[in-house]
Design a protein around this ligand. Structure first.
Ligand SMILES: *Cc1c(COP(=O)(O)O)cnc(C)c1O
Length: 402
């Protein structure tokens, strides 16, 4: 049976160049990067080279990159670290309702500690209103944290404009760029970004490695204590194999970005058009144009996302419903809810995220299999028969294709 992996926003395979490099750092260049001997110096060289590779992808300086265990840790470190270092200046944080849980749950935690958080609403295509952002800013606002690309629906947020506003008001800006890093251009200076989170496993490097960009001069209280690694911002023996793998993956992503984004945008649009054309009562979630290359999220009315995933899996297709993190719960995705999509339609959402390993043949296969599965599920669905007639009015706003 054909197997098609279309869940690249959840994780990616480690690319072979990276796997090969990493293996060498497990078995041969295995030194502790803090050791003075040759083994240690070789490991240190690998770490510092990776720091340069990563900095160059976002136009930062190498000394502004701090390695972490991944995107979640970078988000926690950025948010908790800046508000703790600036709590004499205020206690107000601005974010959005559609952030990843690594940001949202951190903000909830800080609310319990006495900080106040504004969660900006979003439009029906998951974008923010810059005037709402301006109006939310208070005298005591110390941090704005807004994602670059939404992981569930793929919308690209206007970070450059957000950066302009943050700069004018002299407020620190953190950006969760885990979904955009290595896929679309980022320039931390042009975009006025002060802190940025990225993760290795979303760009064909191993899991458990990520980084935080911290602009020179921005104060950050560490979350961990116990050594002087990463200039005391993130102590603990460096994950050298992960770091060198992340560095190489970042460099290769930069080199291939333009060609790969053209290719993935073409495949993405073919998949979106095919689904909307072949499946009645389907709609695209997120922006049609301000959209990450390779990111598809559709709602298929009268369908239950989880059963759809199981049926696709039986046909060898790996996808997700909403996001991998929310798949475990029965609540509809917080992102789709914030976009104003009604429960029933949010439950029938399907995320297909493309990457390096996907071909046009994969798109054709999904476009052949998916409509058949949907038809089968709909014919068995009690929702289909009753809701088609009764609730059509109520949900009509959601069935518009954007
Ligand atoms: C995957 C992801 C994270 C978490 O990164 P990990 O490295 O898996 O901890 C954070 N934010 C966004 C937007 C993501 O997609």
């Amino acid at each position: 049976m054909r197997r098609v992996y279309m869940d690249h926003s959840a994780t990616t395979p480690v690319r072979s160049e990276v796997a090969q490099l990493v293996t060498g750092y497990f078995t041969e260049t295995f030194g502790n990067a803090s050791s003075v001997h040759a083994y240690g110096r070789d490991a240190r060289k690998g770490v510092e080279n990776a720091r340069e590779q990563i900095a160059s992808l976002i136009k930062a300086k190498p000394e502004e990159i701090f390695f972490t265990s991944g995107g979640t840790e970078a988000d926690n470190m950025a948010i908790i670290g800046t508000v703790m270092a600036n709590r004499d200046k205020g206690k107000h944080i601005i974010t959005t309702q559609i952030e990843h849980h690594a940001v949202l749950d951190t903000c909830h935690y800080l609310e319990k500690q006495g900080f106040e958080v504004t969660y900006l609403p979003v439009s029906d295509d998951a974008n923010i209103d810059l005037n709402q952002l301006k109006n939310a800013i208070r005298e005591d606002t110390i941090l704005i944290t807004i994602m670059h690309v939404n992981n569930e629906v793929g919308t690209i947020l206007p970070i450059k404009e957000v950066g302009q506003i943050a700069k004018e008001k002299n407020i620190i800006l953190h950006v969760d760029a885990v979904q955009s890093f290595g896929k679309i251009p980022i320039d931390v200076n042009e975009m006025n970004i002060d802190l940025l989170s990225a993760s290795g496993h979303k760009i064909y490097a191993p899991k458990g490695i990520g980084c935080l960009y911290l602009r020179k001069g921005i104060k950050l209280s560490p979350l961990f204590f116990g050594g002087s690694q990463e200039r005391k911002r993130r102590p603990g023996t460096e994950n050298v194999p992960g770091i060198v793998g992340f560095g190489l993956a970042a460099e290769l992503a930069g080199k291939e970005m333009e060609a790969e984004s053209i290719r993935l945008t073409m495949l993405r649009d073919k998949l979106i058009d095919g689904i909307l054309e072949k499946i009645p009562e389907s709609q695209l979630n997120g922006s049609r144009t301000k959209r990450l290359p390779g990111h598809v999220n559709v709602s298929l009315r009268y369908i239950e996302g989880e059963s759809l995933l199981l049926m696709l899996d039986m046909k060898g297709i790996a996808a997700s419903s909403g996001s991998a993190c929310t798949s475990g719960s029965l609540d509809p995705s917080h992102v789709l809810m914030a976009m104003g999509i009604c429960h029933e339609i949010a439950h029938g959402s399907l995320r297909l995220t493309l990457g390096k390993i996907n071909t046009e043949g994969d798109i054709d296969y999904v476009l052949e299999v998916l409509p058949e599965i949907v038809e089968k599920l709909r014919s068995m669905s009690p929702l289909f028969n009753s809701m088609q007639i009764e609730n059509r009015e109520e949900c009509s706003k959601c069935t518009l294709t954007k």
